[in-house]
Design a protein. Structure first.
Length: 202
């Protein structure tokens, strides 16, 4: 009986230790995973709008080598009006040039005027702010983005509308606005380059 009792006491101690080890093993991977999922804040970047430094009041973020910023901040930089729909977790922009843009949390497409287009990555909510890929958002508001990873400077360059004439060449337009043919057509809700006519403003 005495030997049996001692055996029971010895078997109890390793059981507690094993349980503690199991708990630690479960917690540690979760902690590591949380650390890995936390996005990199891009607070040390410099943002230039048409050559002038602008303050970045909320942290921009890098995810998968893509720069994101709060859409409300970008809208303010480009004089766009913004409205938030908390019921559907989506925001509507009215750009300075009169375009209507609708973006939703986790939605991989943007509603641009009366058409839908796929984004390079879906927007996401973080700390009550809707973050969008900077390049996508800038192009919607008639601007282009130049990113210098070495100096961590992002340049936002406004693109003025182009008045099309009989002498206007499509290649010259694309060079002037600094975007691709597909992006130009999307921005102006056109299906084909032949739809660009004299008198249009792109």
């Amino acid at each position: 009986m005495g030997l049996l009792g001692k055996g029971k006491r010895r078997s109890g101690k390793p059981g507690v230790a094993a349980m503690l080890a199991l708990v630690l093993c479960v917690i540690s991977p979760l902690t590591a995973a949380s650390a890995e999922e936390k996005p990199e804040e891009a607070q040390d970047i410099t943002v230039l709008l048409d050559g002038e430094a602008v303050p970045v009041t909320n942290a921009w973020q890098m995810r998968d080598n893509r720069l994101y910023a709060p859409i409300a901040q970008l809208a303010k930089l480009f004089d766009a009006q913004i409205r938030w729909d908390s019921k559907n977790d989506e925001t509507t922009l009215e750009t300075a040039l009169g375009d209507r843009v609708v973006l939703g949390d986790g939605v991989p497409v943007v509603y641009f005027n009366d058409a839908r287009y796929r984004l390079s990555a879906p927007p996401f909510l973080d700390d009550g702010r809707l973050y969008v890929p900077v390049r996508d958002a800038a192009e919607m508001m008639h601007a282009k983005v130049v990113w210098d990873g070495a100096t961590r400077i992002v340049q936002l360059v406004s693109v003025a509308p182009v008045a099309v004439t009989e002498e206007t060449d499509l290649a010259a337009i694309l060079e002037q606005v600094g975007i691709s043919e597909a992006e130009l057509l999307m921005r102006n809700e056109l299906d084909h380059p032949d739809d660009i006519k004299a008198g249009n403003t792109l």
